[in-house]
Write a protein that binds this ligand. Structure first.
Ligand code: ADP
Ligand code: MG
Length: 460
C-alpha cells in the first residue's frame, strides 16, 4: 500500500513544477504506513519544517482525494538520509564504529561571500561623480558607509541598467572595510544569494547558511534584488535574514532596477520592509554629469582628449554610464589604430554616424512612442492598444503627454496615432501627467529625462 504515497506525489508533480518537486518533495521518504498514518523521513530539520508547513497538507489532500480517507503523517529527521557519504564504508573494520553518530562536520569552508574577492577596487566613492541624477543615492550611500546601521537603514537604491548602482554598493563595502575593519561585510548579488541558499539546503548545510547570514554579519549589501521576485523560497529566506539583521541594527543596502512596489512577484511583506528606510533613485545622468564622468575616466586612463570632444561624446551617448564608458573606449581604440587625433568629427564618425543634428531632429509621435516603449520595456503595439494595466497605461499617458508637448500635434491627431483613441483620452492623459509631475519627483525626472533624449541637450 506504499503506493498511495508515490501515486499522490506522481499526480502532484506536474502541478507543483519540477523544481519545487525536486527540491522539497523528492527528499522526503516514506518509511511505512501504519493504519492511516504515514511515517516519513526528512533529511534535516529545515526540510522537515518546510515540508510540514508548505506541502504536507497538499499531499494529504491528494491522498484523501485518491482514497477517500483521512491520513495523518509523522515526519522524523534522518540526518543520514541526505548525506551522500555513508557514515561508515561497508568494508570498514568494526573499530570504526567510534566514528561519531552525526556525520563528521564538513571542514569549515570560508563563507562563499567573503569580502575581499567580491569588492572591486575600481568602485569607490572618490571616483563616483555626483550630479542631480544620483545625488540622493550617493549621499545616502555615503552616510550609510560612515555610520553603518545608524541612518538610512535599510537603504534601497534603484535605477536603470548601467547607472552606477553596483558601483555605489561596492563603494559602501570598501569604505566600511577600510574604516571599520572589525565589521563583517557581505556583498553579493541576489542571484548568488539564491544559489547559495539552494545549495545549502541541498547539501544539508542550512544551519551554517542561516548563521552566516542571520547572525555572523554586520553589513549586508545585496545587488539586484529584483532577481528573487517570484522565487518564493528565496524570498522567504531573505525575509528572515532581513529581519534578523534589521532587528540587530545591522546595515542593509539593497539595489534594484525599480521601486519595490513595481517588482512583480515580490512578496508584499518584503516590499514593505524594503520601504522602511530610505528609497533613493538614480536617474540617467544629465549632460554635465556625463561629461564629468568622461573627464574622470579619461584622466584615469591617461587618455589625451579635450573637454570639447568629451562634451561631444556626452551629447551623443545619453542612455547610461556603461555605454558612455564604452563609447570613450571605442573612440580611443579607433584613434589609436588609425593614429589620428580625436576630434569632434572623428567622434561622430566612430559612434555610428550619430550627429548632433540627428539628436535634435524634429520630434515626431513615432519617435516619442519608440523611445517611451523602449524606456519602459513595453511594446509599441501596447501603447497603441487598449490594455489598461498600470504598467502599460502609465507609459502610454507619458507618450501622449510628450507627443502633445513636443510635436505640436492636436489632441484628436494624437488619439488617432495611439490606435484611434478619443481626443478626451489624450486630454485626460496630459492632465494626469501634469499633475503627477507636480506631486511625484520620480515622474518629473522620468519625463524630463525622456524629453531631453528627444530634444537633445542644450549644447553651446
Ligand atoms: P548598474 O549596477 O546600475 O547597472 P554599474 O554600477 O555597474 O551600474 O555602473 C556601470 C559603469 O558606470 C561602471 O563602470 C561604473 O563605474 C560607471 N559609473 C556609473 N555611474 C557613475 C558615476 N556617477 N561616476 C563614475 N562612474 C560611474
Ligand atoms: Mg549592477
Amino acid at each position: 500500500m506504499a503506493d498511495i504515497w508515490s501515486e499522490a506525489l506522481h499526480s502532484l508533480q506536474p502541478r507543483l513544477g519540477a523544481q519545487t518537486f525536486d527540491m522539497w518533495l523528492r527528499p522526503i521518504a516514506l518509511q511505512e504506513i501504519r493504519g492511516r498514518s504515514l511515517h516519513l523521513h526528512a533529511p534535516n530539520r529545515f526540510m522537515k519544517e518546510w515540508f510540514e508547513n508548505h506541502y504536507l497538507s497538499v499531499v494529504l489532500d491528494e491522498i484523501k482525494r485518491m482514497t477517500h480517507s483521512d491520513y495523518t503523517a509523522e515526519i522524523e529527521v534522518q540526518e543520514q538520509a541526505a548525506a551522500n557519504t555513508p557514515r561508515r564504508a561497508p568494508t570498514e573494520p568494526v573499530a570504526a564504529v567510534e566514528v561519531p553518530a552525526q556525520p563528521a562536520p564538513q571542514p569549515t569552508k570560508p563563507p562563499v561571500s567573503t569580502l575581499r574577492p567580491r569588492l572591486s577596487a575600481r568602485y569607490r566613492f572618490d571616483n563616483y561623480i555626483k550630479g542631480t541624477s544620483n545625488e540622493l543615492a550617493a549621499s545616502a550611500a555615503w552616510a550609510a558607509a560612515q555610520e553603518p546601521g545608524k541612518r538610512f537603514n535599510p537603504l534601497f537604491i534603484y535605477g536603470g541598467v548601467g547607472l552606477g548602482k553596483t558601483h555605489l554598493l561596492h563603494a559602501v563595502g570598501r569604505h566600511i572595510a577600510e574604516h571599520r575593519p572589525e565589521l563583517r561585510i557581505c556583498y553579493l548579488s541576489a542571484e548568488q544569494f539564491m544559489n547559495e541558499f539552494i545549495s545549502a539546503v541541498r547539501c544539508n548545510q542550512f544551519d551554517a547558511f542561516r548563521s552566516r547570514y542571520r547572525h555572523d554579519l554586520d553589513v549586508l549589501l545585496i545587488d539586484d534584488i529584483q532577481f528573487i521576485a517570484g522565487r518564493d523560497r528565496t524570498m522567504d529566506e531573505f525575509f528572515h535574514v532581513f529581519n534578523a539583521l534589521y532587528e540587530a541594527g545591522k546595515q542593509i543596502v539593497v539595489t534594484a532596477d525599480r521601486v519595490p512596489a513595481d517588482m512583480k512577484g515580490m512578496e508584499e511583506r518584503l516590499t514593505s520592509r524594503l520601504n522602511w528606510g530610505l528609497v533613493a533613485d538614480i536617474q540617467a545622468p544629465d549632460l554635465e554629469t556625463r561629461a564629468a564622468i568622461l573627464r574622470q575616466k579619461a584622466d584615469h586612463d591617461q587618455i589625451r582628449i579635450d573637454n570639447r570632444v568629451l562634451l561631444h561624446i556626452a551629447s551623443l551617448v545619453r542612455s547610461n554610464v556603461r555605454e558612455l564608458e564604452g563609447a570613450l573606449l571605442r573612440v580611443t581604440a579607433f584613434a589609436e589604430l588609425r593614429g589620428v587625433r580625436i576630434t569632434e568629427g572623428f567622434v561622430s564618425e566612430v559612434l555610428g554616424g550619430v550627429t548632433p543634428s540627428q539628436a535634435t531632429a524634429p520630434v515626431t509621435i513615432e519617435r516619442v512612442q519608440k523611445l517611451v516603449a523602449s524606456h519602459f520595456s513595453v511594446k509599441i503595439a501596447d501603447l497603441k492598444g487598449p490594455r489598461r494595466h498600470r504598467s502599460i497605461s502609465r507609459p502610454r499617458m507619458i507618450a501622449m503627454y510628450l507627443s502633445r508637448e513636443l510635436t505640436g500635434a492636436s489632441f484628436p491627431e494624437i488619439g488617432q496615432r495611439f490606435g484611434g483613441k478619443d481626443h478626451s483620452t489624450v486630454i485626460n492623459a496630459c492632465k494626469r501627467i501634469t499633475s503627477m509631475q507636480a506631486s511625484e519627483p520620480d515622474m518629473r525626472n522620468t519625463v524630463s529625462s525622456l524629453r531631453e533624449q528627444l530634444t537633445g541637450p542644450l549644447l553651446n
